[in-house]
Design a protein around this ligand. Structure first.
Ligand SMILES: Nc1ncnc2c1ncn2[C@@H]1O[C@H](COP(=O)(O)OP(=O)(O)OP(=O)(O)O)[C@@H](O)[C@H]1O
Ligand SMILES: [Mg+2]
Length: 237
């Protein structure tokens, strides 16, 4: 069950990520407990260096924790080997970055088609229509034949969200997706996340902006790798 009493899509239990550096071990995350309901739009806030990106990378299966459990949609990510984790990522999570990260030599439509081609779940003849439908969904269908560089930042981020949705994952993780956008475009991206969450997508969005975090269903804050306001850990004798 999630913290809201609804079925959880994401369950994090006593999660830690320690980096071994020449200067010694450094805990970027420690004692993280969190559950996120299916369809919930969660904002993650916290100062620079508090562990926000580290947390998203663990949830996206890009990185592995040094302790604790990650369960998503009934899967324990630690049960998957590298190949299994790569397939899980491909099918189960869409990632959105601050700097869009579209492939510059592919058109907008081709950027959205690529993950569909890699997965192969949609019959090849239907993929163009599916990509166009996603571009329409995020409001940039008119740009399908252009290259990313010809689009504004807000438009590029919409394309990146369409790409993240290409294989219809239940989960979208977005690391400062509005960090490079003006206010109107930032609001538009959050509008889009709100509507995707209403359709049942679970969204994790890192943001520095309180105004945007307040538009999520809930926000949690990290400080020095720990969740603020989380119940204090019970010391076991
Ligand atoms: N590969 C790594 N090796 C060593 N330390 C790391 C590594 N990755 C992250 N860290 C450290 O972990 C801490 C958390 O980093 P993280 O990138 O998660 O912060 P953040 O909250 O996303 O910050 P920002 O708001 O600046 O993006 C930082 O102190 C960072 O230096
Ligand atoms: Mg970060």
């Amino acid at each position: 069950m999630s913290d809201q009493g609804k079925p959880a899509l994401i369950q994090l239990t006593d999660l830690a990520r320690v980096f071994h550096t020449p200067g010694g071990d450094f805990a970027a995350l420690d004692g993280i407990h969190l559950s996120v309901a299916r369809g919930e739009f969660l904002a993650i806030t916290g100062a620079s260096g508090s562990g926000k990106s580290t947390l998203l990378q663990l949830v996206a299966g890009i990185d592995r924790p040094t302790a604790g459990l990650i369960e998503i949609d009934g899967r324990r990510l630690s049960d998957l080997d590298e190949e299994g984790l790569a397939l899980w990522r491909r099918d189960s999570v869409g990632v959105v970055f601050q700097f869009f990260q579209l492939l510059p030599t592919l058109t907008v439509a081709e950027n959205v088609l690529l993950p569909m081609d890699l997965r192969g779940a949609i019959p090849a003849r239907d993929r163009s229509d599916a990509a166009l439908a996603l571009l329409k969904r995020v409001g940039v269908a008119g740009q399908a034949r252009k290259f990313p560089a010809a689009l504004s930042g807000g438009e590029q981020q919409r394309v990146a969200i369409a790409r993240a949705l290409a294989n219809d994952p239940p989960l979208i993780v977005a690391d400062e997706p509005t960090g490079n956008l003006d206010r109107a475009n930032a609001d538009g991206i959050v509008d889009l996340f709100q509507s995707l969450s209403a359709l049942g997508k679970t969204i994790l969005m890192v943001t520095h902006e309180r105004r945007l975090a307040e538009r999520a269903d809930r926000s949690v804050a990290l400080q020095d790798g720990r969740m603020l306001g989380a119940p204090r850990e019970v010391a076991h004798a």
